[in-house]
Design a protein around this ligand. Structure first.
Ligand SMILES: Cc1ncc(COP(=O)(O)O)c(C=O)c1O
Length: 449
């Protein structure tokens, strides 16, 4: 029976039933007993249905870089919805998706001159991995099928992404994953790098572990290496100084494609349009999502270098060159939101703003050193990772409780992974709001068992 229309069920009377929605990456029973509901947002603030004001310490999920409800972006989406709701993504095009691709390739460094669109970071990653495999196939080195990631890496939740990813809980429940992957070690060492602002001095040598993997498997079997320039979701691990350059050199030496997963780091998060620009390293492909529309409409994609795209542009012209794509690749609403977001980032100088605030942000974060439970703090760009000591036998409990208290008692949104607090505010943040975030956090840390 259709439950919605069952006469026995007074469905209209229960529009706010929390039960049917299965929340992602959330302890559902806990949430439904004590929901943290958001119903409105403007600028740096969220508002609950009862009107409580919450300062956004996380730009939503690392994505609302231009702040919330920016009038230029809102208007672009509204206008687009009235003008063109949808155009088929295969075999047809619409002007805005071409315009956005041009804007993004102009923004990207080097010859990252082509753009493939998806709807999320996970799809962007799976697209990049598939492009890497197909690239070697069409260029006559089809034995290159191995994909290399890194421990603690987060590349979304598709089968490709979790296979090259290195977050144990995201992998262990889901079977054998992709075959032919391997992982470099992560770059974190508390003893060597605790309380470092920016890129740690220690750790560049860990890029050389790629050489060991190459020796083990032989370069002729390796298609690509994928890393986050700053590992975000695992708890904020900035790249050690020189590490990414070294990875680039090793990949060049062995004909391996280098993919930067910039789903978090692109669009100003590290004070530059991309992390590739900050580090002066051009990957062969760069994934993006989140900030491309400032979180307003789902969108992701892959920027690829000339040689990658051109390798595919062979054969008869009526034949599809890459058998891959999504119904909503480059959706008109997302494209309009993307163009408007690029306008805002440029017109308001938000990437430069992030860079100019980086030192003050880092100082404010480090001011928490010495507060109860804190065992490390890391910062880079407008990002901070704050490690709390775990409770005995209850990893993650302290972090989770802090997140709940910040929201309920302080009007502060923070993000937790395990016992690490991750902060990444919208790039419009004011200095007084930086102070507000860390004062609130300090107060709650003092109250925490
Ligand atoms: C580096 C990285 N890659 C991929 C993803 C997945 O993006 P999405 O959640 O849009 O699928 C994320 C999400 O946080 C990410 O941080």
């Amino acid at each position: 029976m259709n439950k919605e229309y069952s006469k026995d069920k007074d469905w209209e009377a229960t529009p706010n039933n929390l039960e049917p929605f299965w929340l992602p990456f959330t302890p559902n029973r806990n949430f439904k007993n004590n929901p943290r509901m958001i119903s409105r947002a403007k600028g740096m603030y969220y508002y609950t249905p009862t009107g409580d004001k919450i300062i956004d310490g996380t730009a939503g999920l690392w994505c609302c870089n231009a702040g919330h409800g920016h009038p230029h972006i809102v208007e672009a989406i509204q206008t687009q919805a009235g003008e063109l709701d949808y155009a088929p993504a295969f075999q047809f095009g619409h002007p805005k998706v071409f315009e956005l691709a041009s804007r993004l390739t102009m923004m990207a460094p080097g010859d990252l001159d082509y753009c493939f669109f998806s709807n999320s970071g996970s799809e962007a990653v799976d697209s990049a991995l598939k492009i890497a495999l197909a690239y070697h196939n069409v260029s006559g080195s089809g034995s290159r099928t191995r994909l290399i990631g890194r421990e603690r890496g987060y590349h979304g939740v598709g089968f490709g992404g979790i296979s090259v990813g290195g977050i144990v809980n995201n992998r262990k429940f889901f079977g054998g994953l992709l075959t032919g992957t391997d992982h470099m070690p992560h770059t974190y060492n508390r003893e060597k790098t605790a309380f470092t602002k920016g890129e740690p001095e220690w750790g560049a040598h860990l890029a050389d572990t790629l050489n060991d993997i190459v020796t083990l498997h032989d370069p002729s079997t390796i298609a690509a290496v994928i890393v986050e320039p700053m590992a975000g979701s695992t708890g904020v691990l900035p790249a050690p100084k020189g590490y990414l350059k070294r990875l680039r050199e090793i990949c060049d030496q062995h004909g391996i494609l280098l993919i930067f997963d910039e789903v978090i780091t692109a669009f100003g998060r590290l004070g530059f349009a991309t992390a590739a620009e900050r580090y002066g390293v051009i990957p062969d492909m760069m994934t993006f999502a989140k900030g491309v529309t400032s979180g307003t409409v789902p969108m992701g994609g892959v920027l690829v270098r000339d040689h990658v795209y051109k390798t595919f542009m062979n054969g008869p012209e009526h034949v599809i060159e890459l058998f891959h794509g999504y119904t909503y690749s480059g959706h008109p609403l997302a494209a309009a939101a993307g163009i408007a977001s690029m306008d805002v980032y440029r017109n308001e100088g938000l990437f430069e703003r992030a860079l100019s605030l980086e030192d003050k942000w880092a100082d404010a974060a480090m001011s928490l050193k010495g507060q109860p439970h804190i065992v490390d703090i890391r910062t880079v760009g407008l990002v901070a990772g704050i490690d709390l000591e775990s409770r005995n036998g209850a990893v993650g409990a302290r972090g989770f409780e802090l997140m709940e208290r910040c929201f309920g008692d302080e009007g502060l949104m923070v993000r937790v992974t395990g016992d690490t607090i991750a902060l990444s505010p919208p790039l419009i943040i004011e200095e007084s709001q930086i102070a507000e975030i860390f004062e609130k956090l300090a107060r709650q840390l003092k109250k925490l068992d």
